[in-house]
Design a protein around this ligand. Structure first.
Ligand code: Z5A
Length: 211
């Protein structure tokens, strides 16, 4: 394979609220670009699209929606970006994604009477991440970080259920990382994993997600 045919990697950061995903995804993109590795950041929900704007109104408690319909909106928000994700990866750009399908499943299934398997359905077929890094932080630390408690879902009881639900995703490409580390130490540790992954998948086909 020629150098130009090498693809980028699809890297996802997951975790409970305030665990540092936004901070780390920006720092990882910056660090990769410094190493001359093409990389961009994507965040879900993407609140800039028409679907994302409804999600934003829901999260900021301006509107209420039935649980299953809002779940499908979060998933549709990812499908909106699916062609762009594939295009970027094929063009050799590594994408650092702040939340993905795993968030969709763990948050909705933390609600009463919504089946985990039902939640997985709409996610299947999306591009499969090459690496998912779960930023694990005790809830007692999360509530001390600034901004906790403003939006829907930002309460201790709910975040505990979400944290437990993440346990169901322990597969080989899903790794847990201690998010209580100092910001720069954490970036260094995550970067190591990301660079290794970029190298190991560069000649492989991007798979479809099956949850
Ligand atoms: N949701 C869903 O239900 N279904 C879906 O499909 C998706 C999402 C995709 C909004 O998500 C909600 O949508 C979310 C899940 C649900 N609900 N909750 N909870 P969001 O991603 O837009 O918002 P968020 O989860 O609330 O993320 P966040 O607020 O952006 O948090 P974060 O990105 O993990 O953390 P941060 O902004 O990087 O850091 C938070 C603070 O901690 C900040 O002051 C930092 O300076 C500080 N920080 C960060 N790292 C450290 C370290 N290492 N040490 C000390 N302090 C730190």
């Amino acid at each position: 394979m020629t150098k130009t045919a090498m693809r980028g990697a699809l890297i996802v950061l997951e975790g409970c609220d305030r665990s540092g995903k936004t901070t780390q995804s920006s720092k990882l993109v910056e660090a990769l670009n410094n190493l001359k590795i093409p990389a961009k950041k994507i965040s879900f929900p993407d609140r800039s699209t028409p679907i994302g704007s409804i999600i934003n109104d829901y999260l900021s408690k301006k509107i209420d929606l039935p649980d299953k319909s809002v779940h499908l909106l979060f998933s549709a928000n990812r499908w909106e970006l699916e062609p762009e994700i594939r295009k970027q990866i094929e063009a050799g750009v590594t994408l650092i994604v702040d939340r993905y399908s795993y968030s969709g499943v763990v948050f909705t299934s933390a609600k009463q009477s919504i089946d985990f398997e039902w939640c997985c359905g709409p996610e299947n077929g999306l591009p499969k991440p090459d690496l998912v890094m779960f930023l694990k932080l005790p809830i007692s630390d999360i509530i001390k970080r600034s901004g906790f408690g403003d939006e829907r879902y930002e309460n201790i009881e709910f975040q505990n259920k979400v944290d437990k639900n993440y346990e169901k995703f322990k597969t080989d490409n899903f790794i847990e990382v201690d998010a209580a580390q100092d910001i720069s130490v954490l970036t260094k540790n995550l970067l190591e994993q990301v660079v290794k992954t970029i190298d190991s998948v560069k000649n492989q086909k991007l798979d479809k997600l099956v949850l």
